[in-house]
Design a protein around this ligand. Structure first.
Ligand SMILES: Cc1ncc(C[n+]2csc(CCOP(=O)(O)OP(=O)(O)O)c2C)c(N)n1
Ligand code: SF4
Length: 337
């Protein structure tokens, strides 16, 4: 018998005043999350949102699930501990590009490589919002911010490449201005057995307005975004007349109307191909190439919590249940006076 109640979006909307600036992209992320959660089949009491500090990190207040507004940068660490101790929980991390990639960069990469089954939503607005507009690790080179008045000299992180390099098993990107797409990606992340990373382009209309407009605005998005679909060729453009092919290892845009190339010359998306994943992630920094959105990479690999449980079971079978008291008093002991 199915004992999970039938939820609606309202069941996930808390009574807390939402404290984001009017027009902030965070509202859309919250709305899409609340919209898809009733479809996930996860009891509310088995769901936890963990965050760090930042505008984005206020997220747990607004969801009626368990929640933990943590400390700056440590959401992935707190969430990892929680997931390992309670593997039956669905543990989500809401983090910003500052929270997750500056102070929390270390925890982020280890959460990816350990495959602890977390669902990490990275609200990437390429700025520190809460602290009023300092540059972040995803701010663009040359970007003028409150703390880089003459232009940022840092090379930005590409979050997708970082997650892939850290061996994440699910790597994806979506956009605050494309609700349907975001819903699909969040559902896929929820269903993934392992750590799932979702980068969300999120407009901070106060401190970095328009950072993603090329990929989100009606007039420009079709010619500048390629939507990834597993098993399908990479086609884009207002009239679906352009595609991406590989010239060696280099992706290039080709026309599908001048007779030189057909769809059979194009890259076929394969979510399980790690080399292709790196190529697709790398397209982000290259001018004249469309920005890929969707699931870049998705493979199954044992999770940390499964491996840990297997090891405990194995050793318990061989050696019996451990005795902590005995362990502490084993070997030489000292009394400190
Ligand atoms: C240990 C510590 N260092 C610095 C801060 C100040 N601080 C709070 S939020 C933040 C960055 C927020 O940026 P981001 O994670 O991108 O989130 P956003 O506000 O843009 O959603 C910083 C530096 C802090 N709260 N704690
Ligand atoms: S400062 Fe930016 S990120 Fe923060 S709530 Fe306002 S618009 Fe959103």
């Amino acid at each position: 018998m199915n004992t999970i109640p039938i939820y609606t979006t309202k069941d996930f909307q808390s009574d807390q005043d939402v404290r984001w600036c009017p027009g902030c992209g965070d509202y859309s992320i919250l709305a899409q999350t609340q919209r898809v959660f009733p479809d996930l089949g996860i009891p509310k009491e088995k769901t936890v949102f963990v965050s760090g500090i930042g505008c984005s990190s206020r997220f747990p207040y607004y969801m009626i699930t368990y929640g933990f507004h943590g400390i700056h940068g440590r959401a992935a660490a707190i969430a990892s501990g929680l997931k390992i101790a309670h593997p039956d929980l669905s543990v989500w991390v809401a983090t910003g590009d500052g929270d997750g990639m500056s102070i929390g960069g270390n925890h982020f990469i280890h959460a990816c490589r350990r495959n602890t089954g977390l669902k990490i939503l990275l609200f990437n607005n390429q700025i520190y919002g809460l602290t009023k507009g300092q540059f972040s690790p995803t701010s663009l080179q040359g970007q003028v911010t409150k703390s880089t008045p003459f232009g940022n000299i840092d090379h930005p992180f590409n979050p997708l490449s970082l997650a892939l390099g850290a061996q994440a098993t699910f790597v994806s990107r979506t956009l605050d201005r494309d609700p349907k797409h975001m819903q699909t990606v969040i559902k896929r992340a929820a269903a993934h057995n392992g750590t799932a990373f979702v980068e969300i382009y999120q407009n901070c209309n106060v401190f970095n307005d328009g950072a993603f407009e090329l990929w989100t605005e009606k007039d420009s998005k079709d010619d500048n975004v390629v939507v990834l679909e597993n098993g399908k060729p990479l086609i884009f453009g207002k009239n679906k007349d352009k595609g991406i092919r590989l010239n060696g290892f280099t992706p290039e845009v080709v026309s599908l109307i001048d007779g030189k190339y057909t769809t059979s010359d194009l890259i076929l998306h394969d979510e399980k191909d790690p080399m292709l994943a790196f190529i697709l992630a790398g397209m982000s920094g290259i001018q004249n190439l469309p920005r890929p959105v969707g699931v870049v990479y998705a493979v199954e690999k044992s999770t940390y919590e499964q491996l840990m449980q297997n090891q405990i079971d194995d050793i318990t079978t061989k050696k019996g249940i451990g005795d902590l008291e005995k362990l502490f008093n084993r070997g030489e002991t000292w009394e400190v006076k």
